[in-house]
Ligand binder design. Sequence first.
Ligand SMILES: NC(=O)c1ccc[n+]([C@@H]2O[C@H](COP(=O)([O-])OP(=O)(O)OC[C@H]3O[C@@H](n4cnc5c(N)ncnc54)[C@H](O)[C@@H]3O)[C@@H](O)[C@H]2O)c1
Length: 271
Amino acid sequence: MELANKIAVITGGSGGIGAALAVALKQAGARVAISDIDADRVARTAHELDVLGIACDVRREEQIIALIDQVHDQLGQVDIFISNAGVGYCDPSHAASAPNANWQDSFDIHVMSHVYAARKLLPMMIERGHGCLVNTASAAGLLHQIGDAAYSTTKHAAVGLAESLAIAHGDDGITVCVICPQYVATPMLGYETPDDAPDHDGLISPQDVANTVIHGLEQERFLILPHPVVKDYVLNKATDYDRWIKGMRKLRRASLDQVGSTRADKMHLLV
Ligand SMILES: NC(=O)c1ccc[n+]([C@@H]2O[C@H](COP(=O)([O-])OP(=O)(O)OC[C@H]3O[C@@H](n4cnc5c(N)ncnc54)[C@H](O)[C@@H]3O)[C@@H](O)[C@H]2O)c1
């Protein structure tokens, strides 16, 4: 796919991976709009990056519809929509202990927001015979996020939805990509800027993710893996599921022993 002059929208674009994607897409010649839940923050980042900024809570279908309508009015028809907003809560104790509100939020943000964007955009994209839907899932959607059942479950659902979109609409000219990174130095892991992150194999910067995504979009790849090793882990999981579960239990025990927690912001340096 040629990215120059494409109109791209990124949710969760005020910082982290979303803002890096905005910078990379702009450098590739796309016309970019970012959105995020906090109006002041999105306005500030949009000003810094010199892109359009629009507040949108992706849990609300009417706000996603309004976001797409506003981009249409101000930039033109959306070519690329990147559903990138995300949250991580962590299980307070056992694997079903997170409150329903956290499960609902995770499901609404990681799955339903992707449905809302596709529901609004697909009829227009199908009519034009082209368009691109990109979903930021996670390696947790292919493997697992220890200590956050709601995150793991809803990221798996995000991958499943992306598969449905790709299979049902490839013949309509729609490109679907799903981004599945492992750990990235963003505010989600406690790093306000990537410079705050220690040098650690496996912990990559949002810019690294954005570079891989640009390449994946240009190649129209369905599965975009900023950490190539994830492919090996997925193969291991598929080859011997029981062995994989045992390995993950071992990693969980190591995390509790070494950092006293399975919170992603604590344990990511063990991976
Ligand atoms: N950081 C990682 O290690 C990592 C790894 C794999 C996948 N991801 C995924 O990458 C995506 C981006 O995360 P990030 O790492 O840049 O973290 P981040 O916290 O910097 O970005 C997430 C953004 O989503 C926004 N957001 C949250 N709820 C929202 C809502 N209801 N409506 C609109 N925006 C909302 C936040 O305000 C934030 O700007 C997420 O989907 C995350 O799950 C992150």
